[in-house]
Design a protein around this ligand. Structure first.
Ligand code: AMP
Length: 466
């Protein structure tokens, strides 16, 4: 049986009611590039005529020919940026997907991961569904197409009510955009306004780029229909305890975004401050691993009063690097990305802040690099707890076997990395940093406790111990 466990971390953007909908979507996707750089696509509707363009690569590569955007005419559009771990290079999996059903068009873009995808897919295939892709996103389309409900919006509502897991989704019909968020609210999805048009995006940084204003989040469990009649909300899914992904705050979202009701920058800074309180150390300077750890590093520096320095320079022009595995130039992959500022590091006791350690490969190579640049002491501080379990809700994480903290104690990792000390933020500390009383977070990658049951077939591959 074909296994459709695809782990997508993605960005979605949609706009209703603007004559240059596709162009604005292009800019929106540009600012969501960090959520996925493997492929991108935009679909638009021009009075019922549907136009689609998608391809492998980053947004400017996929839309490098300016005439492409012009061809995507219409006042409504949705777009998607994708990064996946499984089925990665497959053209068929590029979103948005576009189908025709009952003589009407339907397009979809999805950020997240279904946990009951195998069960749903098997059920649909047993009834005769023929799948075109290996992505769990396609399941929504089959559920909508095979629903016995009368109206299209009812069919959409019933399809999402059958799905389990993480989904922040945008659908485009000839004359509407529909935004859907799972009842746990795993992934962010925000509603904004640009003049008279409505915008929906994974993160608010996509509003800023076009000058749109944040209105509110799409609610967990909400199906939000945007059409010429305005906004219409439906809540067809069973309500559930919120489980917003804490890793969005730690690493994934941009610091200039507001997600789940709070600015990422503020939360990250608080994490850094708390880290300094939980694990103080005597040192001359504190440096962060750019870019994702920059804000937490500032927090650490403010709290500890250890001066913040730029000790590592990141090359922002690194796309995919093609490195011959046979070559003798050791650590070239990390050297392409980072270079230490020797004048800053030499003969100093250094605190290095990173947001997370996954496999431990980046940290190990960077420590070596920092030592070679003359550091006297290297103290690693991580603004999240040890990652011990894979994610089933849309963050690209390796199997348990590959997660260093699932297989080694902190002391062993400390030795393995070759640092003078290694300390992680506590789980309790991390969970206390949010000022949002009404939101519960999913911290399963740190605790191993999943907010919803993971079917054993999904779990088998990714939770197995060595
Ligand atoms: P690793 O080298 O596997 O330990 O990866 C840790 C580094 O990758 C840290 O510097 C993080 O900022 C970054 N990181 C954390 N989570 C992810 C992820 N899901 N995908 C890509 N990079 C990540």
């Amino acid at each position: 049986m074909l296994e459709s466990v695809i782990n997508d971390k993605c960005g979605v953007f949609g706009i209703y009611g603007h004559p240059r909908a596709a162009e604005l979507t292009y800019f929106g996707l540009y600012s969501l590039q960090h959520r996925g750089h493997e492929s991108a696509g935009i679909v638009s509707s021009d009075n019922g005529q549907i136009h689609l363009h998608k391809g492998m690569g980053e947004v400017p590569q996929v839309f490098s020919d300016p005439s492409t955007i012009k061809k995507l005419a219409g006042r409504l559009a949705i777009g998607h940026t994708r990064y996946s771990t499984t089925g990665a290079s497959s053209l068929i999996n590029i979103q948005p997907f576009l189908i025709t059903n009952r003589s009407r068009y339907l397009a979809i873009g999805h950020n997240g991961n279904l946990t009951n995808s195998l069960e749903l897919r098997t059920r649909l295939e047993d009834k005769g569904s023929i799948f075109q892709t290996t992505s769990d996103t396609e399941i929504f389309l089959h559920l909508i197409a095979t629903s016995s409900k009368k109206s299209r919006i009812e069919r959409i509502c019933s399809a999402f009510a059958a799905a389990k897991g993480a989904f922040s989704v945008l659908l485009l019909t000839e004359d509407s955009i529909i935004a859907v968020r799972d009842p746990h609210g795993f992934r962010p999805l925000a509603l904004g306004k640009f003049r008279k048009s409505w915008i929906v995006a994974s993160e608010t940084c996509a509003f800023d780029i076009i000058g749109a204003k944040y209105v509110r989040d799409v609610e967990p469990g909400e199906v939000l229909e945007i059409s010429e009649k305005g906004l219409k909300s439906y809540f067809p899914m069973k309500t559930a305890k919120s489980a917003s992904c804490i890793f969005e705050y730690i690493y994934f979202s941009r610091p200039d975004s507001k997600i789940f009701g709070e600015n990422v920058d503020k939360v990250r800074r608080r994490l850094g401050r708390l880290l300094a309180r939980e694990h103080p150390v005597e040192a001359d300077i504190v440096i962060g691993i750019p870019d994702s750890a920059n804000t937490a590093t500032l927090g650490f520096s403010e709290e500890s009063k250890i001066p913040f320095e730029i000790g590592l320079i990141r090359n922002h022009y690194v796309g995919r690097t093609f490195i011959d595995p046979e070559q003798k130039i050791r650590d070239l992959d990390v050297k392409v990305k980072f270079n230490p500022v020797k004048g800053v590091i030499n003969n100093r006791r250094i605190v290095v802040v990173d947001d997370s350690i996954v496999r431990g490969t980046t940290a190990k190579k960077l420590v070596k690099m920092i030592r070679e640049a003359g550091a006297r002491e290297v103290h690693f501080r991580i603004s999240s707890p040890p990652i011990i379990s894979p994610c089933f809700f849309g963050i690209d994480m390796p199997t348990k076997k590959e997660l260093i903290a699932a297989n080694m104690s902190v002391q062993k990792i400390e030795k393995h990395l070759g640092v003078d000390s290694l300390r992680y933020l506590s789980l309790k500390g991390m969970l206390s940093m949010s000022c949002l009383p009404d939101i519960n977070f999913c911290s399963s990658c740190f605790s191993g406790k999943y907010p919803i049951r993971i079917p054993s077939i999904n779990a088998k591959n990714r939770l197995s111990k060595i």
